[in-house]
Ligand binder design. Structure first.
Ligand SMILES: NC(=O)c1ccc[n+]([C@@H]2O[C@H](COP(=O)([O-])OP(=O)(O)OC[C@H]3O[C@@H](n4cnc5c(N)ncnc54)[C@H](OP(=O)(O)O)[C@@H]3O)[C@@H](O)[C@H]2O)c1
Length: 240
């Protein structure tokens, strides 16, 4: 653990739980100031307070990433607190299970809304800070489901496939303007995301969240002479 600040600032969505919380803790331990966003204020503050208790800088900004005004307020709060955004890690996400014929339209679309619209809105807001600076890194936490069809997970797979193509287009738009973009495709990771799923691998066969956080740390550690476009990180036994 470092007690040095890097002067760099990361915005992490979905930071109240699972992968996002692990990313926030990892980057804070490396000296990044971290701004944490998610809807549930109590859980968000618990993660932010633990980071501060370890002597690092954090800011909790309750945010629904599907709401454009709340996303704008998030980036305004980060600008007021830190005056810069060096990285955005889009980890806010949700999943709905069930075979297509049995799904509820609103629950199906909620998954698209958070995983696609939320990723778009936060990326757009971050690019508005990063492009004028000619520097920055947007990392989208997608899934092996971006490229693999899982029966019973149509909304999740469709949303993650859409978000992967969105990420590739974003990379094509900004790669010559100093901003780097990375798609992270994790396999099964032990988080509350699985709690409400009709099927689930054994928890002990999933990856701990720290493995995904360390992958993101590696991606961010690359010098400006390289960009990791896409990385798939899996539990050792593969797709479960
Ligand atoms: N777990 C896995 O096996 C796995 C594998 C591959 C990819 N992923 C991806 O990893 C990302 C993180 O998932 P996780 O596994 O860490 O799940 P998690 O523990 O359930 O965390 C999801 C996070 O997203 C936040 N969130 C949900 N809807 C939101 C909204 N509308 N606005 C803002 N924040 C919202 C949640 O907080 P609030 O509910 O308080 O808002 C929570 O902080 C997701 O994109 C997921 O698809 C997970």
């Amino acid at each position: 653990m470092s007690d040095q600040t890097t002067g760099r600032v990361a915005v992490v969505t979905g930071a109240s739980s699972g992968i996002g919380a692990a990313v926030a803790r990892q980057l804070a331990s490396e000296g990044w100031a971290v701004a944490l966003a998610a809807r549930t204020e109590s859980r968000l503050r618990a993660v932010a307070d633990a980071i501060q208790d370890n002597g690092h800088s954090s800011l909790a900004v309750p945010t629904d990433v599907t709401d454009a005004a709340q996303v704008a307020a998030l980036f305004d709060a980060v600008d007021s607190a830190y005056g810069r955004v060096d990285a955005l890690i889009n980890s806010a996400g949700m999943s709905t299970g069930g075979e297509i014929a049995d799904t509820d339209v609103d629950a199906w679309w909620d998954t698209m809304d958070v995983n696609v619209r939320g990723t778009y809105l936060c990326s757009r807001a971050a690019l508005r800070c990063m492009l004028p600076a000619g520097d920055g890194h947007v990392i989208n936490v997608l899934s092996v489901a971006s490229e693999t069809a899982f029966a019973g997970a149509s909304a999740y797979c469709a949303s993650k496939a859409a978000a992967l193509m969105f990420t590739k287009v974003m990379a094509a738009e900004v790669r010559e303007r100093g901003v780097r973009v990375t798609a992270i495709l994790p396999g099964a990771t032990d988080t509350p995301l699985w709690d409400d799923m009709g099927f689930r691998p054994a928890r002990e066969d999933m990856m701990p969240t720290e493995r995904v956080a360390e992958t993101i740390s590696f991606v961010l550690s690359q010098p400006r002479t390289a960009v990791v476009d896409q990385v798939q990180v899996m539990p050792p036994r593969g797709i479960l």
